[in-house]
Write a protein that binds this ligand. Structure first.
Ligand code: SAM
Length: 155
């Protein structure tokens, strides 16, 4: 967790418990053009720049069945987020808002998700559009977009 992010007036932090209930494994790394949080889009744009998702061994075989032009849900760990705010003052809001009413990266478990278009697959690298995270963001999971998955189930 980065404690570099200063609190804004009105924001409230709590003591984040250091114990953990789940053990997550990073299954890859996301490569994007953005080196600083302030350069990232607030949400991914389907017409945004092409980014790469690198899959670590031993998970390459788990890509079988993925097809270009499909929509994928990408889950990632917003590793530079502080995790202790319960009330936040995002830019443009006058009053503090509860963390669970926001899609802010600052949350107890900083999981981000984006719906991306799979542009192509080059071995262990996926080319996608629609991301909003920093270069080097750890990858947690990939799933077919729910709508596409449900359509495939019915056909
Ligand atoms: N699309 C995801 C969601 O809705 O769950 C994330 C949205 S969050 C508002 C996106 C912002 O998080 C970016 O604009 C950037 O400021 C910040 N961010 C991106 N990558 C990050 C990282 N690895 N660690 C911490 N903050 C990050």
């Amino acid at each position: 967790m980065s404690q570099q992010q200063a609190k804004r007036p009105g924001e409230v932090a709590v003591e984040h418990p250091q114990t953990s209930d789940a053990s997550l494994q990073y299954i890859g790394r996301i490569h994007t053009p953005w080196e600083q949080r302030e350069d990232c889009p607030r949400q991914g744009d389907p017409d945004g720049p092409e980014c790469q998702i690198e899959i670590f061994p031993p998970w390459h075989q788990a890509l079988a069945g993925l097809e270009p032009q499909r929509s994928l849900e990408v889950l990632y760990w917003l590793h530079q987020s502080r995790r202790d705010l319960v009330l936040q003052c995002p830019k443009g809001r006058q009053q503090p808002v509860g963390t669970f009413a926001l899609r802010s990266p600052v949350r107890p478990n900083p999981i981000g998700s984006s719906l991306v278009t799979l542009v192509g697959i080059d071995g262990r690298m996926l080319r996608v559009r629609g991301l909003d995270c920093l270069d080097g963001t750890p990858l947690l999971d990939l799933k077919p977009a729910r709508a596409v998955f449900m359509t495939d189930l019915r056909s």
